[in-house]
Design a protein around this ligand. Structure first.
Ligand code: FRU
Length: 497
């Protein structure tokens, strides 16, 4: 079966490469976001950097456009922007699907998987899923930089006999020379922290949760050390995860055993306040000078399997760097799109000092674009920008001064008939931490996705939309003549494929 899947995949992949020029131009296909060539994907998995290559593994169904036969798809990139598709890395086998997990580079060969001098094992830690029966943690290793994988013969390495126990995120904890695993008890809404010296034997250290958002099941944990913005050398620990169908984070300390939250416990903090951001994890083994780097799945389980894209379904978010900043006495996660994206910019235009009561058409547009916008709000004003505009349709991004919040509204943005849930889930907002004289919005629009970064990454909103390809217009809007659009910058973004 595994051979068959691999063979079919290779066949398709070569056809894809040959026909790539036309293939990647289907309606709704993003031009600078990662999508699999064909078929279904969900969570990013095993994000790891090694020898100049960023690896992106992902939950993949090699056999269809809906969830099933979960395996690890694989792509690599030298710059996080241009991706090369590789064959399925770890395939479903017999009754065991390959669920989400992480990858580490075992530089000290603690696992003993390297047999020859100079070999550095890459080790994947993932959940083996037996439908309706068991979830346990498994490992597989690669001795050729992720190209081929061998499942460990004594799997599973951590089995509690539970039906729901998944999504191990493993990282090296240097102060104690050990591996740490964060792994979920989804139903109990609790993360557990384990330690290991060799990636094979695991010992429970502590638990965290339920806490914050406990409405849905808890999935996909990540625990990481994050720099404090503007305080070189200083860090905090962030625990982030996916309480379905959104994400939340906590900021505090980790002492090698236990995580403690330092933010107010009654408040919910989200890495993303839009509808389409889930299962994000961060890269392991980044060069020492690089800040943490994260990628999420830009979709929502409420309608994920019905979105009207063919022959693929789902994309990843843009890669983003992470830091934290104290705003009004609370630790806030700051996210910024990676700088490398600037290499795709073209056709720059800018406008300054615009005032309008009503709408102001901007003489530019497109469906693969980037915008930065600074505006000075007036008391109780609502103002912002509409994109994907045409034929009475648009996607609205606004700032509401009365509530100090940034919002996105996709209710008039395009196709919604494929899912009642999608049609209903159309307006999302993020309240900003403090009032600033100017509001800045950094916007990426890529055919069927919009990512908004407000006030330099203090709040992010990721939203899918399915507009007609003809709707390429843009306009500023404001309900008060007192609002000043200080500066609008615009770029077309070149396709990365
Ligand atoms: C999150 C998730 C994970 C699981 C995977 C299965 O989207 O449900 O908990 O490992 O997807 O595909």
């Amino acid at each position: 079966m595994r051979r068959f899947i691999l063979f079919t995949y290779l066949l398709i992949l070569s056809a894809v490469t040959n026909a790539q020029l036309s293939f990647y131009k289907e309606p709704y296909r993003p031009q600078f976001h990662f999508t699999p060539p064909i078929n279904w994907m969900n969570d990013p998995n095993g994000l790891v950097y090694l020898d100049g290559e960023y690896h992106l593994f992902y939950q993949y169904n090699p056999m269809g456009i809906r969830w099933g036969h979960m395996s690890w798809g694989h792509a690599i990139s030298k710059d996080l922007i241009h991706w090369e598709h590789l064959p399925v890395a770890i395939a479903e086998e017999k009754d065991t699907m390959i669920f989400s997990g992480s990858c580490v580079v075992d530089s000290f060969n603690t696992s003993g998987f390297a047999k020859e001098k100079g070999q550095v094992p890459m080790v994947a830690v993932y959940t083996g899923h037996i439908e309706g029966k068991n979830q346990s943690q498994h490992i597989a290793y690669s001795l050729d930089k992720g190209r081929t994988w061998t499942k460990y013969e004594h799997n599973p390495v951590l089995d509690l006999g539970k039906k729901d126990f998944r999504d191990p995120k493993v990282f090296w904890y240097a102060p104690q020379n050990k591996w740490v695993m964060a792994v979920m008890w989804p139903v109990e809404k609790q993360v557990q922290f384990y330690q290991s010296k060799n990636l094979k034997q695991w010992e429970l250290m502590s638990r965290f949760g339920p806490a914050g958002d406990t409405t849905g099941i808890w999935e996909c944990p990540d625990l990481l050390q994050v720099p404090i913005e503007g305080e070189p050398g200083k860090t905090k620990w962030v625990f982030m995860h996916s309480p379905a169908p959104y994400m939340q984070y906590f900021v505090g300390e980790f002492d090698g055993t236990r995580f403690t939250n330092e933010n107010p416990s009654q408040k919910i903090y989200r890495p993303d306040y839009g509808p389409d951001y889930y299962a994000a994890i961060t890269y392991n083994n980044l060069p020492a000078n690089q800040p943490p780097l994260t990628i999420g799945w830009a979709n929502n389980w409420n309608y994920a399997q019905d979105i009207p894209t063919l022959p693929w379904r789902s994309m990843t978010s843009l890669p983003k760097t992470l830091s934290v900043k104290k705003i009004n006495g609370e630790w806030i996660l700051i996210q910024k799109p990676v700088k490398q994206l600037e290499s795709l910019r073209t056709a720059h235009q800018s406008w300054t000092s615009i005032k309008t009561k009503g709408a102001y058409k901007i003489p530019a547009g497109g469906q693969s674009i980037e915008l930065t916008l600074t505006l000075t709000p007036a008391a109780n004003s609502t103002s912002g920008i509409r994109i994907a505009k045409g034929n009475n349709h648009y996607f609205e991004i606004g700032y509401d001064a009365a509530t100090n919040s940034v919002y996105v509204d996709r209710s008039r943005a395009g196709e919604t008939g494929f899912s009642a849930a999608f049609a209903r889930m159309n307006r999302y907002e993020a309240t900003l931490g403090s009032r600033t004289k100017q509001i800045s919005l950094h916007i990426f629009f890529d055919r069927s996705i919009v990512e908004v970064f407000a006030n330099n990454g203090e709040a992010v909103l990721t939203t899918q939309l399915f507009p007609s390809p003809n709707n390429t217009g843009m306009e500023l809007f404001s309900n008060s003549a007192g609002v000043v659009f200080n500066k609008v910058e615009f770029w077309k973004i070149k396709p990365a494929w």
